[in-house]
Ligand binder design. Structure first.
Ligand code: ADP
Ligand code: MG
Length: 322
């Protein structure tokens, strides 16, 4: 029902940045190599995500807006080895229940489709001439849930949350070319050439990238690749610590602490390094079904991972005679 979708939306869609996250994750799951994000007024007035991925066949488009109708999980076993970012089938119906959504999509085989939804109901479904891939445009967010709308912050605050989200997604997927444009101004563009160093430079500046050192390590459980800053490059916030596990950005205080611990006494009080660490591990050791937003995950081997990160950072700095 629309009400159930709105309740789900309360959990999944908190603000424009959540819309961006869900739409971009869908684009990534659809094997896109290019994802363009365009927002207006901090995403409050409009979020539009265009991808060049698989698209949706005409007879599947309506289904995509139905709750729990994910195309990504076929059986229970799949749920425990999720390698797609989405799997709950909640995002599109949730967004469509609290906003106006226009989707144009084509699988490159069948004629394209344009689907218009508002407040959870279909406004129109028409054939559309569009190239392979999908564009989803979300306007009038929370038009029918005024309390949620009132809760939104200024457009600049909402924009900074979107930027942070897109930065995480771009760092997690250097093989995909991302762009973020706010009211005609390009805020980020990545090449999609699978070069993490370039993505970091694009986000944190070339200057910062020069003060980062490469990190590689491997043991029987984990493989780690990435960059971490020299102790001379620090920030007053932990938000420059990025841990990406199996392609998924993970918000985990313990793992962030492990990075900081690796620096020992080399950091001044209240200062944090800049780091981007990509971890590959057995996906069955990771439970992503903890919360609908999938921002927090449960890592069954988290203590081991924390120790591994701390040791690796410590050793990497020691090799630089730091
Ligand atoms: P989930 O991602 O959990 O499966 P969503 O509600 O986010 O659920 O999306 C529903 C379905 O719509 C997806 O399973 C997928 O089949 C389809 N879909 C959504 N966005 C796209 C896209 N950009 N490209 C291709 N298919 C998409
Ligand atoms: Mg999804």
């Amino acid at each position: 029902t629309i009400l159930a979708d709105q309740i789900a939306a309360g959990e999944v869609i908190e603000r424009p940045a959540s819309v961006v996250k869900e739409l971009v994750e869908n684009a990534i799951d659809a094997h896109s190599t290019r994802i363009d994000i365009e927002v207006k007024h901090g995403g409050i007035d409009r979020v539009r995500v265009t991808d060049n991925g698989d698209g949706i066949a005409p007879d599947q488009v309506r289904l995509a807006f139905q709750r729990f109708a994910t195309s990504k999980i076929k059986d229970q076993a799949d749920l425990f080895r999720v390698n797609s970012l989405g799997f709950r089938g909640e995002a599109l119906p949730s967004i469509a229940s609290v906003a106006q959504v226009v989707m144009k999509t084509s699988d490159g085989v069948h004629p394209g489709t344009e689907m218009q939804m508002k407040g959870g109901t279909v406004q129109a479904e028409l054939p559309a001439a569009t190239r392979r891939g999908t564009t989803v445009e979300v306007t009038d967010l929370f038009f029918n849930t005024p309390k949620r709308r009132d809760y939104l912050k200024s457009s600049s605050t909402e924009l900074s949350k979107i930027t942070e989200m897109v930065n995480h997604l771009a760092l997690s997927h250097p093989e995909i070319s991302f762009s973020l444009v706010h009211e005609g101004k390009e805020l980020l563009r990545t090449s999609g050439r699978d070069n993490l160093q370039q993505v970091i430079a694009g986000i944190y500046s070339n200057q910062s990238m020069k003060k980062m050192i490469a990190v590689h390590a491997e043991n029987d459980q984990f493989q780690l690749e990435g960059y971490t800053s020299l102790p001379e490059l620090t920030r007053a916030s932990r938000k420059y610590l990025s841990v990406i596990v199996n392609g998924r950005f993970v918000q985990d205080l313990e793992l962030n602490r492990a990075i900081i611990a690796g620096y020992g006494s080399k950091l001044m009080v209240g200062r944090y390094p800049v780091a981007v660490l990509k971890i590959t591990m057995d996906p069955s050791q990771m439970d992503v079904n903890v919360h609908p937003t999938k921002q927090s995950v449960r890592l069954l081997n988290r203590d081991n991972l924390g120790q591994f990160i701390e040791d690796t950072i410590y050793r990497t700095l020691a090799q630089q005679n730091l």
